[in-house]
Design a protein around this ligand. Structure first.
Ligand SMILES: [Zn+2]
Ligand SMILES: [Zn+2]
Length: 310
């Protein structure tokens, strides 16, 4: 006779999730609580946030960033001197941004978090679509995603300065952080920096990743259980990138060895601590940390401006 299963934490609820790396069976309520608790512990373990931070939360429109915003809103209620701002960057991809802009805006207003959007067009004078259609990415040997990533990063720094933010919170999950480390290793990057840890770095506004110890699939489940809205259209420039291949490899590996992502992160960051981090120079144009005289973002921006002017 089958035993009626119960949640391992409360002993009452009906389990909906098996946390393979811990062996626990959790009910919906305990699962959601455990996700929020872990993020709270992640923040305090790495000192990601201060009690009086002005936190800019980067909103992509996807479920990860809206979940992050919801969870931070919850956590920061205990810190009345902190402030939250949601910022969405509009790359200007025809017909793609409008849906998630509307979703994000109403989500933020329901949470009572101020929402701002900034566009590539206003900040840099061109949209991503214009850049892609001009054939510049192929000429530079870069994918549209790489170019988009470079300018989003830059746009977020500008937004943070305008809002007087003291920290930028991004929705990178455990999976994203591990992928980034692996990609850096594969590209032969010589000066790998920890991802999403608060490091004082000249005038650059620090970036933190409160979801860095939370697996992607748990954020997806949290978003589903909390009815977090998400857009239905996908970016027209999505293609198979190296990151996708690394992601599938890690998913395949972690399916058999559920704790693999956690142990990779832990061991890799232990190694990083032992490496003498070279002092970081700053870009002469924008002042952001860069090992080059002019950072990659500024270099690509100048190239694009130059091409579009012709
Ligand atoms: Zn429970
Ligand atoms: Zn620069």
């Amino acid at each position: 006779m089958a035993v009626d299963p119960r949640c391992d934490l409360c002993g009452e609820g009906r389990p909906i999730y098996h946390r393979s790396y811990s062996g626990e069976w959790l009910c919906a309520r305990c699962f959601k609580r455990s996700v929020v608790d872990r993020i709270r512990r992640t923040i305090s373990r790495y000192n990601l946030l201060e009690y009086d931070d002005r936190i800019l939360v980067a909103i992509s429109g996807g479920k990860d960033s809206l979940s992050l915003l919801k969870i931070l809103e919850r956590i920061e209620r205990d810190f009345p001197h902190s402030e939250l701002y949601a910022v969405m960057i509009d790359e200007g991809i025809g017909g793609y941004r409008a849906e998630c802009m509307a979703i994000a805006e109403s989500f933020c207003s329901a949470l009572g978090v101020p929402f701002t959007s900034l566009s590539f067009r206003d900040l840099f004078g061109f949209t991503l679509s214009e850049v892609v259609e001009s054939g510049i990415p192929e000429d530079l040997g870069l994918t549209p995603c790489t170019i988009c990533g470079i300018f989003r990063r830059k746009a977020l720094s500008i937004a943070a300065r305008r809002l007087g933010a003291t920290v930028i919170a991004t929705a990178h999950t455990l999976d994203d952080v591990v992928q980034t480390y692996l990609l850096n290793l594969l590209k032969g990057e010589g000066n790998i920096r920890p991802v999403g840890l608060r490091r004082e770095n000249g005038h650059a506004i620090p970036r933190v990743a409160p979801l860095r110890l939370t697996p992607q699939r748990e954020i997806a489940l949290y978003a589903y259980l909390e009815n977090i809205p998400f857009q239905t259209t996908t970016c027209p420039y999505t293609h198979t990138s190296m990151r996708d291949r690394v992601r599938s490899f890690m998913a395949w590996y972690a399916a058999n060895k559920p704790e693999a992502l956690f142990s990779f992160l832990k061991n890799f960051e232990r190694l990083l601590e032992r490496v003498d981090q070279r002092a970081e120079d700053r870009c002469e144009v924008c002042g952001e940390p860069s090992s080059r005289r002019i950072c990659r973002a500024c270099e690509v921006e100048m190239l694009i401006r130059d091409r579009l002017r012709r």
